[in-house]
Design a binder for this molecule. Structure first.
Ligand code: GAL
Length: 539
């Protein structure tokens, strides 16, 4: 009996047959997990299967949840044998006490119908009876999913307009039909395979690109409002696939989503912000034998990340949120630096700084305020030495008065910091913008071509009393934007981008260096009636 999950390997049910449930979803009900998916007979669609498990690892096959029935109708409004049923999603309606399943429906010959089949059942495992087959709001609907919100409202999200846009519509009270208002979103992005989930005030969407059964890089977006057209990705992402969205995979083979395509994100019951990424490793020549890629998904960084595991079990969630975002930098705070896009912690397994998985090599730092607002000294807890920029490399030295030991924490979006040296203006940066464990960090000019965002995290086992940032609230994200403006007003400059390292900018009067190397010109800032002047000197 399976006691763990081995993503991508053959996964047998308790009867010894490979689990035949593709493009599916999992729901948790009365102490059992139920896994629904496309049942395939080789490549042919053969209804919707249902499996049940007590422990999430070993699954027994139940009766078919949806069995093809009736005969083919001319108006394409049936679930007769031979029709194609894909990507089934199941939610429970508390008002009608019915289980409701929405399925992508095609005629069995091609993908031209682009409809949904809506079915209901009295029991979670079925049997589900077809209520109707239609195009939601008259729109073509191919890859599709449902999302049941915490307030009981349900949504249907689907690729439309020949897969170029994604539509979102709220469902009627009984969840059997869409309400007439629908939002056209993610226009022209050609997203497929949507999986929607929520943490705090934030809705996240995982998607794939549009390459049929072939793999492509996964991607994510987030929004405060599913019906709004405001899906967004972090603004400062730099990797080459940034234009299509940001990959939620952070390990080797992320370019193929670990050879899978998303089908669902399952919120682990009773474990706050713990999710399972569910994907299909399609085998186009025999869809029935396609494998399942299930992996833990974390939003610790504020964004979804999925690491690769050869094998894992639910205990990976026990420590997933042990490191928590510190509300604000404070004198004496013991912190870890979390890199934004990899969700990995600044470490020193060898000589140089790298980003690593949680573990022994993670570096604990103590923050020390200086006389200058927003400027800190960074002491390594284990050695008592201070981080210093020496000719653009990080060195660890005895405490001194040198500006090379002073670091400006420039607030970035969603509570991250660019950590910039006060002496030479170089910032902690991720080499090659990569996300893999072991990627080295180096110091480079503040610029828009490198990832330079680090969050301050604390070990909640050691510092249960530290105040935690409410990072999944809209208030936090919005007040952070205000705080960014305040800092640039107080410090002077964030908007000038430097080029070569020839000049630096000093505050007139105090002579204080306020920003790293600048390209050219002088700079005067007038902010709320206050005029601050700066002068640019040669290096
Ligand atoms: C994929 C889609 C699958 C299936 C396939 C058919 O893009 O995600 O669910 O429809 O196309 O080619």
């Amino acid at each position: 009996m399976a006691q763990s999950i081995k993503p991508g390997s053959t996964w047998n049910d308790t009867g010894g047959s490979a689990i035949n449930a593709h493009g599916g979803c999992v729901v948790y009900h009365d102490g059992y997990y139920y896994w629904f998916g496309e049942q395939r007979n080789s490549n042919k669609s053969d209804g919707i299967s249902c499996y049940r498990s007590k422990d999430f690892y070993s699954w027994s096959k139940m009766s078919r949840a949806v069995t093809p029935a009736g005969t083919k109708t001319d108006e394409n409004r049936d679930i007769a044998s031979g029709r194609t049923l894909e990507r089934p999603k199941v939610i429970y309606n508390e008002q009608t006490n019915k289980w409701v399943m929405w399925i992508h429906w095609e005629n069995g010959d091609d993908y031209g119908q682009a409809k949904v089949a809506v079915c209901t059942a009295d029991k979670v495992e079925g049997p589900y009876k077809m209520k109707d087959v239609f195009r939601p709001n008259g729109c073509d609907s191919r890859d599709q999913t449902l999302f049941l919100d915490t307030d009981g409202k349900a949504y249907h999200i689907y690729s439309t307009n020949m897969n170029s846009n994604t539509n979102c519509e709220r469902l009627s009270e009984d969840f059997l039909a869409p309400l007439p208002d629908y939002a056209v979103q993610l226009k022209g992005r050609r997203y497929e395979a949507a999986a929607i989930f929520k943490a705090g005030d934030i809705y996240y969407g995982l998607f794939s690109g549009c390459t049929g059964w072939n793999t492509n890089p996964g991607r994510y977006m987030w929004t405060y409002d599913l019906m709004d057209e405001t899906w967004q990705a972090p603004a400062d992402f730099k990797a080459s696939d940034g234009s299509t969205g940001i990959n939620f995979c952070v390990d080797n083979n992320k370019g193929t989503t670990y050879q899978s395509q998303s089908n669902y994100v399952f919120p682990v019951p009773g474990k706050d912000k713990c999710f399972v990424y569910m994907g299909d490793r399609w085998n186009p020549s025999n869809i029935q034998s396609s494998k399942h890629v299930w992996l833990p998904l974390s939003v610790r960084s504020g964004y979804p990340t999925v690491r690769w595991y050869d094998e894992w079990d639910l205990s990976v969630f026990d420590e997933m949120y042990r490191m928590k975002r510190l509300k604000e930098p404070e004198e004496g705070a013991e912190v870890y630096l979390l890199e934004k896009y990899s969700n990995r912690i600044v470490s020193r397994p060898n000589a140089s700084l790298t980003i690593e998985n949680d573990g022994k090599s993670n570096l604990c730092f103590i923050l020390h305020k200086t006389e200058t607002p927003y400027v800190y000294k960074i002491e390594e807890k284990a050695t008592g030495k201070y981080m210093e920029s020496v000719f653009g490399t990080t060195r660890w030295q005895e405490k001194s008065e040198s500006k090379a030991q002073e670091w400006m924490l420039w607030l970035q979006e969603d509570g991250y910091y660019r950590i910039e040296n006060l002496n030479d203006g170089v910032c902690l940066s991720v080499s090659g913008n990569t996300t893999e464990a072991g990627t080295t960090l180096y110091l480079s000019d503040a610029n828009s071509n490198v990832h330079q965002s680090f969050g301050l995290y604390f070990d909640s086992k050691e510092h249960a009393d530290y105040p935690e940032a409410d990072m999944f609230s809209k208030t936090y994200r919005e007040s952070n934007r205000e705080a960014m403006k305040e800092q640039s007003a107080a410090v002077g400059i964030t908007s000038i981008r430097e080029k070569s390292g020839h000049r630096r900018i000093y505050e007139l009067g105090s002579g204080r260096l306020v920003q790293g190397p600048m390209s050219r010109g002088t700079y005067v800032e007038v902010n709320e009636g206050k005029t601050r002047k700066f002068v640019i000197k040669r290096k």
